[in-house]
Design a protein around this ligand. Structure first.
Ligand code: 13P
Ligand code: SF4
Length: 327
């Protein structure tokens, strides 16, 4: 097929990302995009993509986009034989837990997460021994083995609700220390934290936030709750990636900063030409392992398939399902 024809066929898709991708780069993407769209039909596959995916993935090949909570919910109802999880490994594991009968593919299984790597199942058992009878609330940014040792999961979008749903005065909240502290600031429930951190969000500082306010008077500052508490304290709003996106949709601030991963502002900016995005973002090297090329390869080769030991999966699934049952 001639390059001109390919460009013509993919022109409506290019239109979605034309403010982000220079025309000279599009032919490189267009070939993979067209192949991925054909492979999805052939395999009866859907692509679930996290908000941190690069724009060409987020806007051009994904069927469902969202935060961790939305991706977990959508995984339950996905009408397909194959789910490709364009995100990090714990997200693909969650999709597999909720869809044991479906094939779940991750385009690069090395796409990890510093939070998920900060804690093991043995650590959770130790925390339980130290705090007998205290329920364990585990952030979904964790392995299936850690979820299996937990009572209930949470995401950044529902953590407060989950903690308060338990009707207890103390919980163990793993593994993100900052999320735990940011939630502790909003509830009377005493929270026992672990010392895991997101390597992307821990780099933002309160001094940086103050400098942004000085440099950009009137700027609205949104922070992800994985940021340190002193950063959250200086921000105007804190929420999950979906909450931040909804905030911009609702409030349409003239100028905004998203203290989170870089692709967030790119992806949202497409729908908000009148909003000025100031971008002191940090890249997540794990999320950025996912590319159009490896999504295409995953669908061509049906690799890499996510598998979880069935006995472990059964216990881990309970923690995720308990979370999804809290509305
Ligand atoms: P969200 O659930 O807010 O999308 O966050 C996931 C994540 O990994 C943030 O770093
Ligand atoms: Fe993990 Fe942080 Fe990357 Fe999210 S941004 S996947 S929490 S390392």
């Amino acid at each position: 097929m001639s390059a001109t024809t390919l460009l013509e066929r993919t022109a409506p898709l290019y239109d979605r990302v034309k403010t982000l991708i220079p025309p000279i780069e599009w032919p490189v993407f267009a070939d993979d995009i067209e192949a991925i769209l054909a492979l999805k039909r052939q395999r009866n596959a859907v692509i679930l993509a996290h908000n941190y995916m690069s724009p060409e993935i987020f806007h051009c090949v994904s069927d469902i986009v969202g935060d961790s909570l939305a991706l977990a919910r959508e995984a339950v109802t996905a009408d397909a034989d194959v789910i490709v999880l364009a995100g990090v490994h714990f997200m693909a594991e969650t999709a597999k837990l909720l869809n044991p009968e479906k094939t779940v593919l991750i385009p690069d299984s090395r796409a990890g997460c510093s939070l998920a790597e900060s804690i093991t199942a043995a650590d959770v058992r130790l925390m339980r021994q130290r705090h007998p009878g205290v329920p364990v609330v585990t952030y979904v940014n964790s392995s299936a083995a850690v979820k299996a040792e937990s009572d209930i999961c949470c995401t950044s979008g529902n953590a407060l609700k989950i903690v308060e749903s338990l009707g207890v005065d103390r919980v163990i909240m793993l593994p993100d220390e900052y999320l735990a502290k940011n939630i502790a600031a909003q509830t009377r429930v005493k929270i026992i934290a672990w010392a895991g951190h997101c390597e992307v969000h821990e780099r933002f500082t309160a001094a940086e936030v103050r400098a942004l306010r000085a440099d950009y008077p009137g700027v609205v500052i949104l922070a992800h709750p994985e940021c340190p508490p002193e950063v959250v304290a200086e921000a105007d709003y804190t929420g999950s990636t979906a909450d931040m996106s909804n905030f911009v949709d609702r409030k349409k601030p003239a100028r905004v900063v998203l203290l989170t991963e870089c692709s967030m502002a790119d992806n949202i900016s497409v729908h908000h030409p009148d909003v000025s995005f100031v971008r002191p973002c940090n890249l997540c090297p794990h999320m950025k392992r996912i590319t159009l090329a490896n999504i295409r390869r995953a669908l061509e080769t049906m690799q890499e398939e996510v598998t979880i030991d069935p006995a472990l999966a059964e216990r881990a699934r309970l923690s995720v399902e308990r979370m999804l049952a809290v509305r």
